[in-house]
Ligand binder design. Structure first.
Ligand code: SAM
Length: 466
């Protein structure tokens, strides 16, 4: 596929802050590929664990993404599919520019506070996993995706990330009008014409047209207008695209400031980041990321504070079925600090929810179509808990649960849902681990091992010859 950019695109970018035609064309012609990822601070809690993962990914060393605490560039792209750390949720492979959401959040909110954060256009989960890493344990992240199969992928990635303070929903933006003034932060990483990704993914180039830019801009306005009532007074809106087009970037900032009572908030930049400040006609500042100026793809981001807004609606208390005092001890041995959680019965499943969020989450269950809430512990059978994969993937699972550390080969067999070929002294439900990181469950019986890795997550790639 050729990297030739549409001449109408180039013509439309002339005069934009920071746009340099020659170097922009040169960097697209180079077809250079940048690989970056962000570590999971809740799973890799020590510097030693982080170093071990980075070392395993690149013996020749990694470099830091300058605007992200957990972001790293790799000199080459390894096969992530064949890396058990990837499946264990040790890191998320994310384009570097978009990690700047971290700076936007740090500049606008108190991250120690109890926040309700909505990531409206969230699949596959890059921004959501970043937001989850930044907010406090007492805060709630609602990670939403309107397209059903993409919401399923999002839920899988949130499961892998492992935390209990996230709800994954599958709703249209307009459904959030049922929650007036509810959120402290709304992040809209809007669907866009995608020109910022043309260097990395030239297959997208033929889909670009000026008409599509116009359509995207109209859709972005619709999404913003639909969701803004759900942001509370003084709440923060973070808007981003991976488009270079002013119709989807600066012109959206102008439209926002003309139609809503919003105050633009600036994000401090360091000169050595080479991010370009772009001031719109209505004096709103956004930030442009050009691949010829920094190590990342095209990106645009801006922040606003809502100056006045709807008062949060009072909702009727929901009736929930929490696990009774008699049944609760059945879960105690499975998780760390069970007293911090409520155990909600949802059909046959037990869901683990942080105590301070249980009411919020059951309210959301009434208002939204929820794909995943908290961490699914599993089903309570007559004799024992039948544990769910979500529990194995979570940071909640007790260190006292028996586990077996697998070699690379064994781990890959396990992740292919094959017999990992191990001999273990333990019996019953056992965590299959790689370098002490949980991959999933197996049940070890006297004469065989049942592999409980979810079928839909299994590796399909051939591992022979590794
Ligand atoms: N935030 C994601 C991440 O960091 O991984 C990427 C989001 S992508 C730029 C935009 C998302 O918006 C897509 O998942 C797409 O399915 C979704 N989307 C498409 N049309 C939409 C609409 N009308 N309203 C809301 N979301 C939409």
């Amino acid at each position: 596929m050729s990297n030739t950019l549409p001449s109408a695109l180039i013509a439309s970018l002339e005069g934009l802050p920071g746009f340099d035609r020659e170097s922009f064309l040169r960097v697209h012609a180079s077809a250079e590929k940048i690989t970056s990822l962000r570590l999971n601070p809740h799973k890799l809690t020590t510097a030693g664990q982080q170093a071990a993962v980075l070392e395993s990914l690149s013996a020749s060393g990694v470099t830091r993404v300058p605007w992200s605490e957990q972001g790293y560039y790799l000199p080459q792209r390894p096969s992530f599919t064949l890396d058990p750390y990837f499946h264990a949720g040790a890191y998320y492979v994310q384009e570097a520019s978009s990690m700047f959401v971290e700076q936007a959040l740090r500049a606008t909110v108190d991250l120690d506070a109890e926040l309700r954060v909505l990531d409206l256009c969230a699949a596959p989960g890059g921004k959501s996993t970043l937001l989850q890493s930044l907010i406090s344990e007492q805060s709630l992240l609602v990670s939403n995706e309107v397209i059903k199969p993409r919401a399923a992928l999002l839920a899988d990635n949130i499961t892998k990330w492992g935390s209990a303070n996230v709800v994954v929903s599958n709703n249209d933006p307009r459904d959030f009008s049922r929650l007036p003034g509810y959120f402290d932060v709304v992040v809209i990483d809007a669907p866009c014409s995608g020109s910022g990704l043309f260097r990395r993914d030239p297959d997208l180039i033929p889909e670009w047209s000026p008409e599509n830019v116009t359509l995207c801009s109209q859709r972005q306005q619709r999404i913003l207008a639909d969701v803004l009532p759900a942001l509370k007074e003084d709440g923060i809106l973070i808007y981003s695209t991976c488009s270079f087009s002013r119709e989807e970037d600066e012109q959206i900032l102008d439209w926002l400031s003309e139609h809503f009572d919003l105050e633009n908030v600036e994000v401090p930049l360091k000169e050595e980041w080479h991010i370009v400040s772009a001031v719109s006609s209505q004096n709103c500042t956004g930030y442009r990321f050009y691949p010829d100026k920094l190590q990342g793809e095209g990106f645009f981001i801006a922040c606003f504070r809502k100056k006045n807004g709807e008062q949060p609606r009072k909702f009727k208390e929901q009736k929930n079925t929490f696990l009774g005092a008699k049944e609760r001890p059945r879960l105690n041995d499975w998780i760390i600090g069970p007293e911090q959680y409520e155990f909600l019965m949802h059909q046959e499943d037990v869901l683990i929810l942080p105590k301070n969020l249980a009411k919020d989450i059951s309210l959301l269950q009434q208002q939204l179509y929820i794909r995943k809430a908290g961490v699914k512990a599993g089903q309570l059978g007559q004799k024992e808990l039948i544990p769910d994969h979500q529990l194995a993937a979570s940071t909640l699972v007790s260190a006292n649960i028996p586990g077996v550390n697998l070699s690379l080969q064994e781990a890959l067999h396990y992740l292919r849902k094959e017999d990992p070929g191990i001999r273990a002294d333990v019996k019953g439900w056992v965590l299959m681990r790689y370098e002490d990181m949980n991959l999933g469950w197996a049940k070890i019986l006297p004469n065989r091992i049942n592999n409980y890795y979810p079928k839909e997550l299994r590796i399909l790639k051939d591992i022979n010859g590794l």
